[in-house]
Design a protein around this ligand. Structure first.
Ligand code: PEP
Ligand code: MN
Length: 344
């Protein structure tokens, strides 16, 4: 349930409503909004009796929340969340581009790619230091050495970085180095990892699990918000289907569904959806047309030698083309928006 305060409610009236909610044994979560102050009622087992709060001074309305996810829903917060990472904005009217290799392989590799993708318009650099691999014999990432390389990339290029936290043991280490923490598709329902992310001060990007429903995905985000971290970005990366023509199937409609249900930014990773280079640009166009707030794309200067996901990595020159095409598409739907999206 959501208790909506009148625009003129005093801080004392808001505090009194919070105390009344807590007095009933629930958790009160104030939701700062553009035009209204609202207080979410959480941790109720059944329906909450609105009459407890309706008569309190400063209370304008009490709205039942129908969705199982609450903090991430538009019922709780109608306005889009915008997340700031350095000078980069993610969400609402901004189009944010994240690019880089699947895995951090060396300093020279990362700097080479980072400089090129930055020139083409990337706002953030990606690269895995801890890699979730199907086979224990595959390259597992450079670990802390990889995190140090990412920090050097940020220092040299000015690009903020995003990398994956694979488990709770290494979460703190990743958090110390990176600007955005990625939770991978295979970990979308790792609830201890989600709870740890909820205690972080850094933005968290949650990939959709490869067999997850929209509701399960939003509930994963709910864990992080419930823990106190409101800076969550969702990322659609394809789900597993019977298709053989691609590694996964990009669920373009998920973007439209999530944008309707939630105020959180939702971006698309066409690389892991496609699994092959030739589909990455077409899927990126579709993602921007359907309303994604950004893209995360794998780029490698020498994909044939990449230690992971070379087949789906774009050449830097292809990423340059991708940027030009998606900006053209973005401009069709946002004619009055400045062409340099995402910069503050
Ligand atoms: C990745 O982005 O490097 C990755 C492993 O993606 P996913 O979790 O979507 O498979
Ligand atoms: Mn990859």
């Amino acid at each position: 349930m959501l208790v909506v305060m009148s625009q003129h409610a005093t801080p004392e009236e808001i505090d009194a409503v919070i105390a009344a909610i807590e007095g009933k044994g629930y958790m009160a979560r104030p939701i700062p909004g553009g035009e209204r102050v609202a207080i979410g009622v959480l941790h109720n087992k059944g329906a909450v009796d609105a009459s407890h709060f309706l008569g309190l001074p400063g209370v304008k309305d009490v709205i039942p929340v129908t969705r199982p996810y609450k903090l991430v829903s538009r019922e709780f917060q109608p306005e889009d969340t915008v997340i700031q990472v350095g000078d980069v904005l993610i969400g609402d009217e901004h189009l944010t581009l994240i690019a880089g290799p699947c895995a951090v392989e060396s300093k020279a590799q990362c700097l080479n790619i980072a400089k090129k993708v930055k020139r083409s318009g990337a706002h953030l650099f990606r690269g895995g230091a801890f890699k979730p691999r199907t086979s224990p014999y595959s390259f597992q990432g450079l670990g802390e050495e990889g995190l140090k390389i990412l920090a050097q990339v940020r220092e040299t290029t000015g690009l903020p970085v995003i990398t994956e936290a694979l488990d709770t043991e290494t979460f703190g280490l990743v958090e110390d180095y990176t600007d955005v923490i990625q939770i991978g598709a295979r970990n979308m329902q790792n609830f201890s990892l989600l709870r740890r992310a909820g205690r972080s001060q850094k933005p968290v990007l949650i990939k959709r699990g490869m067999a997850a429903t929209i509701e399960e995905w939003l509930m994963a985000a709910e864990y992080v918000l419930e823990g106190g971290n409101t800076q969550v970005i969702l990322c659609e990366r394809g789900v597993r289907t019977f298709a053989h023509h691609s590694r996964n199937t990009l669920d373009v409609s998920a973007v439209a569904a999530v944008r309707k249900e939630s105020h959180l930014p939702v971006i698309v990773d066409p690389s892991h959806a496609a699994g092959r280079r030739d589909q990455v640009i077409p899927l990126s166009r579709a993602a921007v047309a359907v309303g994604a707030h950004g893209l995360m794309v794998e780029v490698h200067h020498n994909p044939d030698e990449a230690l992971s996901d070379g087949a789906q990595s774009l050449y830097p020159e292809q990423f340059e083309i991708l940027c030009q095409e998606i900006h053209a598409i973005f401009d069709v739907f946002h004619p009055s928006h400045p062409v340099k999206p995402s910069a503050t």
